[in-house]
Design a protein around this ligand. Structure first.
Ligand SMILES: *Cc1c(COP(=O)(O)O)cnc(C)c1O
Length: 463
């Protein structure tokens, strides 16, 4: 199983190397050279299986010979053992033919745990075998950071540095990052917004001397292994509702496009998905782009769904790669236009290709709050603001004949102020986290400056 860069100029890697590397050396993102197909009978055979067994069968062909079957099964079992629900990703019905896929039963109460917990286990296996150490650096708009910290805390072969925008993540999100006491965990509050954090992480990866010196590794949403782990729950949910014999659609609260891109991979693997609906908040670059207005950066406008407050959606590059017929040079050209001019136009052919799979919609702040209130009133479910963005868009776009599965990406208790304001109900933290507000915090405030951040990392890593 080989992986190639979306910009066509980096070496091909196997799964393990693509996972350990993160960003490709030509600035691109790794994608599988060919997407393996699951036959109809193989998909049908997933019916009734545990989440873990589904995960093994769906991911196995994409992992190649990087891990033995036993190693891979063990990693999956350890990754999901700490989840608070035996189904791992349970489905709940919201309305006739509208279902919620609850992806928030992991240790940090958001869907990113699905990928991060598995990556932690796979990194440990790979690094132990190689006798190596790595420094993991990630940017987070909120949830990725705590998910990475929970996945890597206490491991011997890894230091984790998470950059987050100072003052722009919720208190629960911040505390989930800053109250972890393991010595290999470092939370950095950067004076800037999420795009600044993401840009500094990209800069570090492009500083090859630094990258090699500290053995940089990335687990941000650009990491292929993140996407891979997320493919599983598309199969799991669709099969629960009758796939492969009945198609389903998904609506996904979208920021960096990693989650919904996993749905695209599931579809290319053979899962009968009718529509993949991109739901954005008021930071709607993706909705504008899919509506034919080009991919044009604006200012980030802070919202009550902060994990979707982006202006550049890093994994969209992967979708563009396929929409442009796997032409790495064409993608590299678009990305140059993006950094030089702040945007680019999508060709008519590529736009048509994107629209074969993706629909899109956006929700304003008021519409998001209204969706929280209406969902509670109509179904008794309290949902987080990210999920509410998707519920609003799903209700607008879903067709009566095809079941719609809306991804519930975070637990409402991660965003208590917004949820309470919209619904009048205070969402309590699950009992296992009830003391979060009492734990002491540990973080470093740092300038939005590449040199300062690199110096700090050099000084902190275990040698
Ligand atoms: C990260 C995140 C998203 C956006 O997911 P992408 O893969 O970046 O599109 C949506 N909701 C929540 C709660 C998140 O943490």
């Amino acid at each position: 199983m080989k992986y190639v860069s979306t910009r066509g100029k980096a070496p091909e890697l196997d799964f393990e190397a693509a996972m350990l590397t993160g960003l490709a050396r030509d600035g691109g993102l790794y994608v599988p050279a060919t997407i393996p197909r699951m036959e109809t009978d193989q998909i049908a055979a997933l019916s009734g299986l545990s989440y873990e067994e589904t995960a093994f069968r769906v991911m196995r062909p994409l992992v190649g010979d990087s891990f033995s079957d036993d190693e891979f099964r063990g990693a999956i079992a350890r990754a999901y053992a700490g989840f608070g629900h035996v189904a791992r990703a349970p489905l709940k019905q919201l309305a006739p033919n509208h279902f919620l896929l609850e992806l928030f039963h992991g240790p940090t109460l958001a869907f990113k745990d699905f990928a991060m917990q598995l990556i932690g286990q796979l990194f440990e296996l790979a690094l132990k075998r190689r006798g190596e150490r790595v420094t993991i650096v990630g940017a987070t708009s909120g949830d990725t950071g705590s998910a990475a910290i929970e996945a890597f805390r206490g491991l011997d072969a890894v230091d984790v540095f998470i950059l987050f925008p100072d003052g722009r993540v919720s208190e629960v999100q911040r505390r989930q990052m800053t109250t972890v006491t393991d010595a290999n965990v470092h939370a950095l509050a950067v004076k800037g917004d999420f795009d600044d954090c993401q840009a500094r992480v990209k800069d570090m990866f492009n500083d090859f001397a630094f990258r090699d010196e500290v053995r940089l590794a990335g687990v941000n949403s650009i990491n292929w292994a993140r996407v891979l782990a997320q493919v599983v729950y598309y199969f799991y949910a669709a099969v629960s509702l009758g796939a492969p014999h009945r198609p389903v659609s998904f609506t996904v609260p979208t920021g960096n496009f990693g989650d919904i891109f996993a749905g695209f991979i599931a579809k290319r693997m053979g899962l009968p998905i009718d529509r993949l609906v991109v739901a954005t908040n008021q930071n709607d670059i993706l909705h504008r782009c899919l509506s034919g207005q080009g991919y044009v950066k604006g200012e980030t406008r802070p919202s009550i769904s902060p994990s979707m407050d982006i202006q550049v959606s890093s994994n969209f590059e992967r979708a563009l790669f396929y929409a442009y017929g796997c032409d790495g040079a064409a993608v590299a050209q678009l990305m140059e236009e993006l950094s030089a001019q702040g945007g680019f136009g999508v060709s008519q052919g590529a736009l048509e290709a994107l629209r074969e799979d993706f629909d899109s919609g956006s929700a304003s702040e008021d519409e998001t709050r209204a969706a929280i209130a209406a969902t509670l009133r109509e179904s008794g479910e309290l949902i987080c603001p990210h999920t509410a963005v998707a519920v609003k868009v799903a209700n607008q776009l879903r067709a009566a004949a095809v079941p719609m599965i809306t991804l519930a990406t975070a637990h409402p208790a991660k965003f208590p102020a917004a949820v309470e304001q919209a619904s009048g109900v205070h969402p309590p933290l699950p009992p296992r986290m009830a003391d979060l507000y009492d734990r002491p915090e540990r973080l470093t405030r740092i300038a939005n400056d590449l040199g300062a951040i690199e110096d700090h990392i050099r000084g902190q890593i275990a040698k």
